[in-house]
Design a protein around this ligand. Structure first.
Ligand SMILES: [Zn+2]
Length: 324
């Protein structure tokens, strides 16, 4: 098979549709491509690209097998990549695809970024670049004193805890291209907007022994009383519902290939592994199980294993066309 690689970036027409969203279009002889993506994002957010490939009226080519890959270039190096998955049905006439890449909360606006998309269409491989940049975001630093019980949990290196960690990571690193459940904006899991910790807080844990360790807070903590209803933010499938040493009663929901939402320290669960959920389905009630200094709900979102800001997913991150 002969592979042809050509750069077609100059043929794209860019249109700004919102403050951070870009639309771009390429019109060729036999097919056209239209793109929507967030051209600017904060460290700890994600970049999502929605790509529509369609053949021109007179063309005969079968576009149903079109494949595409997104790469993030940071300071001249390709650091992350993610394959596009299909939204809806792939047809000969064309298809709509989506993918996202997590952005590290350690990067800053000084990191020079760009995106590269490569795609295989009718046995030809092509690629093009898209402009992309990070904006300025600062994160909170905090010191948390742990009592003996919480110190014991945090420093627990038992086989049981290590197995729980590797079991969760195995789930979170699974990217099944067929598991497309929801592309709608997430609805926050509790009604309360009272936050006691934020995404990507830089934490120092002071142990009861006098030692300390540093870590990153991977989600948002809502300071809600034990018994508060916790609801699914969007359609998906429950892939974990069990008690864990450090996170207490925990739920993990799969929403898109590589995209998961997590709920920790619950008092009781109302779903089990394998359940299908919709936006608003009751997952359980909040509590203070596992490593918790008081009752709260920890809400976390993972994309391709990396923790990303849950707030980003309450926006129209997948560029769903708005219904009129
Ligand atoms: Zn938390």
């Amino acid at each position: 098979m002969k592979k042809i690689t050509s750069l077609i970036a100059i043929s794209f027409i860019f249109l700004t549709s919102a403050s951070f969203a870009r639309q771009a279009a390429f019109n060729g002889d036999s097919y056209s491509i239209s793109l929507n993506y967030n051209e600017v994002a904060s460290p700890g957010d994600a970049v999502f690209v929605r790509m529509n490939v369609s053949r021109t009226k007179t063309a005969k080519a079968d576009l149903s097998g079109t494949e595409a890959k997104l790469e993030l270039i940071v300071d001249g190096k390709s650091v992350r990549s993610s394959n596009f998955y299909v939204l809806g049905k792939a047809k000969k006439e064309g298809k709509t695809m989506l993918t996202g890449i997590p952005l590290s909360s350690w990067w800053t606006m000084d990191n020079k970024c760009s995106l590269k998309i490569s795609y295989k269409i009718s046995n030809e491989t092509k690629e093009f670049s898209l402009p992309f940049s990070l904006d300025n975001k600062s994160f909170i630093s905090e010191t948390i004193k742990l009592n003996e019980t919480n110190t014991a949990i945090k420093t627990d290196t038992s086989t049981k805890r290590m197995n729980q960690i590797s079991k969760l990571n195995t789930i979170l690193e699974t990217i099944n291209p067929h598991n497309v459940y929801s592309t709608k904006p997430f609805v926050p899991p509790v009604e309360s907007t009272r936050r006691t910790s934020y995404f990507a807080d830089r934490r120092v844990f002071q142990y009861s022994s006098g030692n300390s360790s540093t870590s990153l807070h991977l989600g948002i903590d809502y300071g809600v009383p034990t018994g508060t209803e916790v609801r699914a933010p969007a359609e998906g499938k429950v892939v974990m519902a069990e008690e864990r040493i450090s996170t207490g009663w925990s739920v993990v929901i799969e929403h898109l290939p590589g995209l998961y939402s997590l709920y920790y320290h619950m008092n009781e669960l109302k779903v089990k592994k394998g359940d299908s959920v919709k936006a608003g389905t009751l997952l359980g009630h909040s509590g203070a199980t596992g490593l918790a200094t008081g009752p709260h709900l920890h809400w976390e979102v993972r994309l391709n294993l990396e923790a990303v800001s849950p707030d980003f997913f309450t926006t129209n991150f997948a560029f769903e066309p708005t219904e009129n």
